[in-house]
Design a protein around this ligand. Structure first.
Ligand code: CDP
Length: 262
């Protein structure tokens, strides 16, 4: 959320309220979500969002190591958000940065309210988020990808968690800031919600908004989250309808063989 001298760039929003990448003020970047792409994880999701590419893998509920961390009444949720060295323009050091440690905590806290942890005492649910390519809003995409991967892993959830950022750039309230808008803008506000009851599990803000701007930004973020939530559900449905088709095909083959034997 680094701010940059406003004078060092040309305008990001033109007189027709069109953004530098051609989007309207309330438009999301193109999004594609795939689930179940890693065979070794219990659940996984790959999220393409504009230029962001984020991979999430979930392991658990499973036996917890080291055992002394075990919680007697619920599962321990652990989260690791990492940026690959090649994910940003300047090579990112492979050592965990303060930012990555902070984002791991923030993402874990935004996912945890959705998980029925009390069903799995003394176990762990481990969430790994790898940013393969970054262009602003990676904490939000990490949350969206991770909650889709949790659902893919079959972890019981109150709801999916879905996140997106809103902000203020050149006086306009914008949905889904990319890297340059995040850096040049006056304010940036990442938000995560449980869409069913609109419970907010993450709300951060860098910069300043008036009370009226805050309300408009929040409403816009919720609309953005609702759109992304539809894509999460669609990605999960797609995988399971493919599995259903495979199972039905196998059942058909099996019953044909049985009939031939009779
Ligand atoms: O990614 P997010 O907006 O959640 O977090 P941020 O700390 O506000 O970072 C904004 C953007 O800065 C990232 O998405 C990356 O595109 C970029 N960044 C970078 O270029 N180098 C870093 N070491 C960290 C972030």
């Amino acid at each position: 959320m680094t701010r940059i001298n406003q004078n060092s760039y040309e305008r990001l929003i033109d007189e027709n309220e069109i953004r530098i990448d051609g989007r309207k003020l309330d438009e999301l970047r193109p999004i594609n979500i795939e689930v179940g792409i890693l065979t070794n994880a219990y659940g996984s999701a790959l999220l393409h969002h504009g230029k962001n590419k984020i991979l999430a893998a979930v392991f658990g509920p499973r036996e917890l190591h080291p055992r002394h961390l075990a919680l007697p009444d619920r599962a321990l949720v652990r989260c690791e958000y990492r940026m690959t060295t090649f994910s940003v323009e300047e090579r990112k050091s492979p050592a965990p940065s303060r930012r990555e440690i902070e984002l791991s905590k923030v993402i874990r806290e935004s996912l945890e309210p959705a998980i029925f942890t009390h069903l799995y005492p003394r176990t762990s649910v481990d969430v790994f988020i790898e940013v393969l390519q970054a262009d602003g809003g990676t904490r939000c995409d990490g949350i969206t990808a991770a909650s889709t991967a949790l659902a893919d892993a079959g972890v019981p959830l109150r709801d999916l968690v879905v996140a997106c950022a809103v902000g203020k750039v050149e006086g306009h309230i914008l949905l889904d800031l990319d890297d340059i808008e995040d850096k040049k803008g006056e304010a940036d506000m990442p938000i995560a919600i449980l869409p069913r009851n609109k419970e907010v599990t993450l709300l951060q803000m860098d910069g300043q908004l008036s009370r009226e701007e805050f309300q408009r930004a929040l409403d816009l973020a919720i609309k953005g989250c609702e759109q992304i939530h539809e894509m999460q559900k669609e990605a999960l449905r797609k995988k399971y309808s493919e599995i259903q088709e495979e199972v039905l095909e196998e059942l058909n083959e099996f019953s044909e063989k049985e009939e031939n034997q009779d």
